[in-house]
Design a protein around this ligand. Structure first.
Ligand SMILES: *Cc1c(COP(=O)(O)O)cnc(C)c1O
Length: 455
């Protein structure tokens, strides 16, 4: 046991392989279905959208996939990322719990998203793709992909949810600086966008609409593919570099977590830190608790249903087995833009159904209160998404205190909040309100689904 504050690794300790949890899952994730026929789809149906190597990874059951040398070299721009012991927060909470955090905000884009953006751009480049389209909500995924495409000389076209395009101009400028073109969504460049605009010229947009636009463009052009920043199996796998590094760091600290917490949008950073530890549960009978922390305004894991649902608004994506609130669910405009997705990935959904992971929901006032405690004791100003994890960590640390037991808690500080100061300002000036979606709203959204139920 050391008293180290910062636990660092050398470049040689960047993982050489990603971990694919599918290999060790007792029940494998269910297959995607065709949105029209409801039959399982084969890899060939995904070929217009993704390069073959990513499709192979999407359906792979191999436990380990080698990280290409070129990707590992680029990871060195910001990896390995540091881990810290939160002595300041522990002291404030007066808890017997030991709290560690892995900090992914040191990447050029300020979040964990480049961990998958770099390999996705790499495999597209390998297969001769000239242009990648994508959607972005708050702008974090769009920035990460713009950065990655810039490194590989691929054109990047980002459909940014109109409300964020207007409200977060600096994220757009960042994408432009890395060479990407950014359009507000809905746009007049696609059938999906034009159809929404004809009904509502002032539509603020949504992630589901922006996905429909980006997918439509990729389907139309042989040289254009599409990229997604969360939810899919290959994305979750790329993020496991976070947890694999964390295992080495915890070993260096002479400790091991009893509890792991990560914020939850589509599941990628949660999977990234959690799955390499969960592997020890699945293969060695360890009992590490992995908790996904989401918002009460979009509580798919705690109050959604497990069934097949679409990934987008217009029905252009396959049906995925997921915990969902319904693909037409429009979450309240809370500040954790990255957590406002109606569903969860197939792997995470299956793990939750099987009781192998846990989920909690936190309202935004508790989140910002936690984030400010963290900023004032540890220094780093967290992304609003990360505040969901910090609030959950504080709950668990307080519980440890009540029960008089020492627990070791590790959480993922998935990004910094430097582009979210408007939200902090609103909290500090007392303008943020609690938001909890009503049962009637959830039932109404779910009633619109006509997709297959899962037994
Ligand atoms: C995108 C994002 C999230 C949510 O996405 P996941 O796939 O669930 O990780 C959370 N935090 C930050 C900082 C993000 O950029």
């Amino acid at each position: 046991m050391t008293n180290q504050k910062k636990i660092t690794l050398t470049e040689a300790e960047i993982p050489e392989k990603w971990y694919n949890i599918v290999a060790d899952m007792p029940n494998k994730p269910l297959p995607p279905l065709h949105p029209g026929t409801h039959e399982p789809i084969g890899p060939e149906m995904l070929a217009p959208l993704f390069p073959m190597e990513l499709i192979r990874q999407e359906v792979s059951t191999d436990p380990w996939v080698t990280i290409p040398d070129e990707v590992r070299e680029l990871y060195k721009i910001w990896r390995p990322t540091p881990m810290f012991r939160a002595y300041g927060l522990e002291k404030l909470l007066d808890t017997p719990a030991k709290i560690y955090y892995k900090y992914e905000g040191v990447s050029p884009a300020g979040s964990h998203k480049p961990n998958t953006a770099i390999p996705q751009a790499y495999y597209n480049k390998q297969e001769g793709v000239k242009r990648i389209t994508t959607e972005t909500g708050a702008g974090q995924w769009g920035s990460a992909l713009s950065f990655a495409c810039g490194l590989f000389g691929i054109e990047c076209e980002v459909y940014m949810v109109r409300a964020s395009y207007d409200g977060k101009p600096y994220r757009k400028m960042m994408m432009n600086t890395w060479g990407a073109t950014v359009y507000p969504s809905p746009s007049d460049r696609t059938n999906a966008g034009r159809s929404i605009l004809s009904q509502n010229p002032d539509s603020p947009g949504s992630l589901g609409i922006a996905i429909s636009e980006a997918v439509e463009l990729a389907m139309q052009d042989d040289h254009t593919k599409y990229a997604l920043g969360s939810v899919l199996n290959h994305v979750l796998m790329h993020q496991t570099v976070i947890g694999l590094e964390s295992i080495t760091q915890m070993e260096k600290a002479g400790d091991m977590p009893d509890i792991i917490v990560a914020p939850f949008g589509g599941g990628s950073n949660f999977a990234g830190i959690g799955f390499p530890f969960l592997r020890h549960n699945l293969t060695e009978g360890k009992k590490i608790r992995c908790i996904a922390a989401g918002p009460t305004s979009c509580p798919k894991l705690t109050r959604g249903v497990f069934r097949y649902d679409l990934g987008d608004t217009m029905g252009m994506t396959p049906l995925l087995p997921m915990y969902t609130l319904g693909h037409n669910f429009i979450p309240a405009p809370i500040h954790a833009g990255g957590l406002r997705y109606h569903g969860a990935g197939a792997i995470v959904s299956q793990l939750l159904k099987d009781g192998l992971i846990e989920a909690q929901s936190v309202n935004q006032l508790e989140c910002f209160e936690a984030g400010i405690k963290f900023a004032r004791t540890e220094g780093i100003i967290p992304a609003p998404e990360a505040n969901h994890a910090i609030a959950t960590v504080i709950r668990e640390a307080n519980r440890a205190k009540e029960e008089g037991v020492s627990k070791t808690i590790l959480f993922n500080l998935c990004g910094h909040g430097h582009f979210d100061m408007g939200a902090y300002d609103q909290y500090l000036s007392g303008k943020l309100v609690e938001h909890e979606v009503t049962q009637a709203e959830i039932l109404e959204s779910l009633a619109e689904l006509d997709t297959p139920l899962i037994a």
